[in-house]
Design a protein around this ligand. Structure first.
Ligand code: IMP
Ligand code: MG
Length: 374
């Protein structure tokens, strides 16, 4: 019998069976009972929606001391864009001031969510906050804070079932299933167009979009669009840019993530102008990993500094960008490129994903070389 299941575009195979999970719930409940049963404390048990509904329900019926139940939801949205930062904790109507709190989570992955939540509860006056999670992925958890009660440690793979979802599906499955990477229809391509200003990235991107139907993601364009539309993100970006500050990586990553999520039917994405630093490259990797995806390859169009200068000046005239005609502005952009952006090359070389194309030649010649690599 084929035990595979399909949720959206991905396949999952059985990983941990229901009876093993139930045994783990029994064990966790016993540990929590040992700490609270004769303590005289009346903790507030907080279920973090939606994922922990299943675990919290099972655990709750096994607790042998008086406790209150509350539920919260965390959102990582700012406007309509996910930033990966907890912005809001919704629905907590119980006053936790001076109380013992037990936070119930389905899964602790990097730990970002739960740690921020602990800080939030401490801020609201909680006396002690304990973390109780059904699953944890020790390979990726990166905080010193010890997890107080853990049902099971699992490998660093995406799982569904027992309350956990893949894009809202799979929560009702009673066993835990794990992503089958071999079977997933995961042909989505993520190309990074790389190269100094004036190398012809934008030109090549247009041709690639026409030929392959890729979705072009230019972070500069995205930010300008947000600013023009006056979204909360756009307003924030505008004030930062006006102060001469950079828009934080997380915000940019959040924008890219929603571009990916809002365009599920394209064959791939072309990132242009991002990542510009190794920090951004690492953040992009992390974000794509969260979507169970990864960078396909980096196509770098290389030209000499002299040619960069020539092309920027030429473009400044054609597109009426007076700033770009100033020598020191151009020199500065080239310097920033060498210092900040070139290390990104090594980052992707280390992953075996870096491909370089000589950017000298006609647009068609370079396009042929790009297509060959793709
Ligand atoms: P963290 O902030 O990285 O610890 O992520 C925690 C949240 O990510 C969980 O509450 C889940 O909603 C989600 N998550 C992490 N790993 C998985 C998984 O393997 N399957 C389904 N959801 C997951
Ligand atoms: Mg969750």
């Amino acid at each position: 019998m084929d035990k595979r299941i399909k949720l959206h575009d991905k396949y999952f195979v059985p990983y941990i069976s229901q009876d093993v999970l139930m045994k783990a719930v029994d064990d966790v409940a016993a540990k929590v009972n040992a700490d609270y049963k004769d303590s005289g404390k009346i903790p507030v048990v907080i279920c973090v929606l939606n994922g922990s509904i299943v675990f919290a329900g099972l655990l709750l019926t096994r607790l042998e001391f008086p406790c209150e139940l509350a539920a919260i939801r965390v959102t990582s949205y700012e406007g309509t864009r996910s930033t990966g930062n907890i912005k809001d904790v919704l629905g907590l109507t119980t006053d936790v001031d001076g109380r013992d709190v037990i936070l119930i989570e389905d899964i602790v992955d990097t730990g970002n969510t739960i740690i921020k939540l602990c800080e939030h509860l401490a801020f609201r006056g909680a006396k002690v906050v304990k973390i109780c999670t059904m699953f944890t992925k020790p390979e990726v958890y990166h905080y010193d804070r010890k997890l107080d009660y853990v049902g099971m440690e699992i490998q660093n793979k995406f799982v569904v079932g027992f309350g956990l979802d893949y894009d809202q599906l799979g929560r009702n499955i009673p066993d835990l299933y794990i992503l089958d990477e071999n079977l997933s229809e995961n042909d989505m391509k993520y190309y990074i167009l790389f190269g100094p200003p004036g190398a012809g990235k934008g030109t090549q991107a247009k041709l690639l979009v026409d030929k392959f139907g890729f979705h072009h993601v230019s972070t500069g364009d995205l930010l300008r669009k947000e600013m023009a539309a006056g979204t909360p993100l756009g307003l924030k970006a505008k004030s930062l840019i006006e102060q001469g500050a950079l828009v934080p990586d997380l915000v940019v990553i959040g924008m890219i993530k929603s571009e990916i999520e809002n365009n599920p039917n394209v064959p791939g994405f072309l990132f242009d102008g991002f990542p510009r630093t190794t920090d951004q490259a690492a953040a992009l990797d992390e974000m794509l990993k969260g979507l169970d995806q990864s960078v396909t390859s980096v196509l770098s169009i290389s030209i000499s500094d002299e040619m960069v200068k020539e092309r920027i000046r030429h473009r400044a005239m054609m597109e009426n960008r007076p700033d770009d005609t100033k020598d020191e502005v151009i020199a500065n952009r080239i310097r920033t490129y060498h210092e900040k952006t070139e290390p990104v090359i090594d980052f992707y070389k280390a992953q075996g994903k870096y491909r370089e194309i000589n950017g000298v030649g006609t647009i068609e010649e370079i396009f042929d070389k790009v297509c060959e690599i793709m």
